[in-house]
Design a binder for this molecule. Structure first.
Ligand SMILES: [Zn+2]
Length: 350
């Protein structure tokens, strides 16, 4: 079978190789991979910024956003031909991992498929324990490749809403910074929960991103002409902010516009060493006097995946065809190298 691999730490090492077909052992399921989404993490790994091969190997199969079909169910209760998505993080033995919360691992000895220490999903076939497979209904075949990014959004927004419930007034206004796939999925999820939702990016309102935001009753903001500092005056008290640019300057701007009792959820990683001069006293004072919360979120567990699948179904029901428009490029596995090149207007490559 073919697989898309990289040599971790080496720039532009991505290539398609032949690997032996996997053979399931008792208790394992053979999965045929149908689609794999590519994201910024994959691009950064292919540029050599991070990524780690499995022990005693010198290459890493890339890909951590996968939709597959059960080829051989073994003795699991899955059905041959059934659709599944695959969990990314593999637990260590810490108390949170043992409790099904590998996303909140405290020891840090987990592995992540396609990222750190375990092969990913960019291959035709793989074997997996049923514990790491989550069932998907057939009617989500065209959009279920978005389950993994949706699970990240689900975890972040669920926790942000829980934190906001410290305060009796319900969250009403949400701001999403960055309208890539995470930002757009977050916008849809917040709209489903009835919040007045604004999404800001650096492209025109007439762009695909701008149109996708507006078509679900959210408001698109063109950040090229509208500074983040001006937003509270125009939008009112910002109850929930979801940061999805990974730009640390934007993170501090978001902290300074967060509303009273507001919650800021950070989802984007900034791998550099950028320095900023900030008014530390001002930030501390505003955080304390405004009861504000800033928290980061990484990875997701099977509960978030299951909830993400329900949210995808709800989005499909409310705005049919909307999720399908997030996938702007579909390439075969042999063009995997091409898929790792960023596009300016594209949203999600599969
Ligand atoms: Zn752990």
């Amino acid at each position: 079978m073919k697989a898309g691999v990289v040599t971790p730490g080496m720039r532009d090492s991505a290539k398609v190789v032949d690997m032996p077909d996997p053979v399931p052992e008792p208790g394992e399921v053979l999965v045929r991979i149908l689609e794999v989404g590519i994201d910024g993490t994959d691009m950064e790994i292919s540029q050599g910024h991070y990524g780690e091969a499995p022990p005693h190997q010198d290459f890493l199969v890339l890909g951590h956003e996968a939709l597959g079909e059960v080829e051989e169910a073994g003795n699991s209760d899955l059905q041959k031909g059934g659709l599944v998505v695959l969990l990314v993080r593999r637990p260590d033995g810490c108390i949170n991992c043992r409790s099904g919360q590998s996303d909140m691992c405290i020891e840090g000895n987990y592995s992540e498929c396609g990222i750190r220490g375990s092969h990913g999903f960019l291959r035709e076939l793989l074997v997996e324990k049923p514990d790491f497979l989550v069932r998907v209904p057939q009617n989500l075949r065209q959009v279920a490749v978005l389950t993994e990014p949706m699970s990240i959004v689900t975890k972040g927004i669920t926790q942000a809403m829980e934190l906001h419930r410290r305060s009796a007034n319900p969250a009403q206004v949400a701001l999403v910074l960055g309208a890539g796939s995470i930002g757009l999925l977050a916008t849809a999820s917040l709209r489903l929960q009835g919040l007045s939702t604004y999404a800001l990016d650096l492209v025109p309102k007439t762009s695909a991103k701008g149109q996708l935001v507006e078509s679900i009753g959210a408001t698109y903001l063109d950040g090229r002409s509208l500074g983040i500092a001006e937003l509270p005056r125009q939008l009112g008290n910002l109850d929930i902010i979801l940061e999805a640019t990974g730009n640390s300057t934007v993170v501090f701007q978001a902290m300074s516009v967060l509303g009273t009792n507001g919650v800021l959820c950070l989802t984007g990683v900034s791998a550099g060493e950028k320095r900023l001069q900030v008014c530390a006293d001002c930030i501390n004072m505003e955080m304390v006097l405004g009861n504000k919360v800033v928290f980061g979120t990484v990875s997701s567990n099977s509960g978030h995946f299951e909830r993400a699948i329900r949210t995808l179904a709800e989005i499909e029901q409310n705005w049919p065809g909307w999720l399908g428009q997030l996938v702007t490029r579909r390439l075969p596995l042999v063009e995997f190298n091409n898929a790792l090149q960023p596009t300016t207007e594209g949203i999600k490559t599969v």
